[in-house]
Design a protein around this ligand. Structure first.
Ligand code: C5P
Length: 254
């Protein structure tokens, strides 16, 4: 299924539901219930490890788009081979860690191109900059990185990802504005943001949360939303409320 150009994305296209469910039956019922109300479904490591590639057959059967949250980080050859395999599964988006470096990202981008000749059918290849669960203190204590500050590192990694052929980054909505400004010369560069909470939902374990409207206003293209939809009593109406809020932010920029 073709990726949609950034400028053509509707509010619904921009909503990615995190399928944080334990098994295939739960994945199937969530996809069936929400497929007309959201743009994509995120299959993460937990669900994939439990169910495997049959998930992609299911997505194809139901005609839904998939963000495969692979977060690859390995030597360039291994990531390239894995990227080719993810592409051949027909997913619409998948990701890797920018911290894997330029050579790794370039190898992955080449593997995507080699795996699908029609550029319109290629998945968006997205780089994770610094996980939002990582703090400045952790960078210092765990990785001996004192300088540059975390925000600068995110911008550096976003720029390197873009130069290495990535289609965008995963970043906190709080970083979206600075990334969008730093990438002003690349208007197709995508920003995918988790940590989204509508004003009417609970924060759960997310700390640095942003509302759908603010994330869109700050330049995010895709919003990844899990529990505010998946744990709602009425999942369909929760998804619709979020899309409505995104729609408002798109038509009336702040
Ligand atoms: O339920 P919630 O909306 O918090 O789910 C967000 C989804 O995005 C989860 O699948 C989570 O693993 C993922 N995610 C995140 N923060 C990141 C990267 C991914 O919340 N930095």
């Amino acid at each position: 299924m073709k990726m949609i150009a950034r400028r053509d994305l509707s509010a619904k296209d921009r909503l990615i539901v995190a399928l944080d469910v334990p098994d295939l039956e739960a994945a199937r019922s969530a996809m069936q219930l929400l497929k007309d109300d959201v743009g994509m479904f995120k299959i993460g490591l937990e669900l994939f490890t439990a169910c495997g590639v049959v998930l992609f057959d299911l997505a194809r059967e139901l005609g839904v788009r998939v963000f495969f949250d692979t977060k690859f980080h390995d030597i360039p050859n291994t990531v390239a081979q894995a990227s080719g395999a993810a592409t051949r599964h027909g997913v619409n988006m998948f990701n890797l860690h920018a911290l894997g470096g330029r050579a790794m990202m370039e190898a992955a981008a080449r593997a995507v191109c080699d795996s699908v000749k029609d550029a319109h059918l290629r998945p968006a290849l997205i780089a994770v900059t610094i996980l939002t669960s990582t703090s400045q203190d952790q960078l210092r204590a765990d990785l001996c990185i004192d300088d540059p500050p975390l925000e600068q590192m995110v911008l550096h990694l976003a720029r390197m990802a873009c130069d290495s052929g990535m289609d965008g980054v995963v970043a906190s909505a709080r970083e979206a504005k600075a990334i969008r400004a730093a990438m002003a010369d690349h208007d197709q560069f995508l920003i995918v943001t988790p940590g989204i909470r509508p004003a009417w939902s609970v924060a759960n374990d997310q700390v640095r949360i942003v509302t759908p409207a603010d994330a869109i206003a700050d330049g995010a293209d895709y919003l990844v939303v899990g529990r505010p939809i998946m744990a709602a009593a009425d999942k369909k109406s929760a998804a619709r409320r979020i899309v409505d809020e995104m729609e408002q932010a798109l038509v009336t920029p702040k």
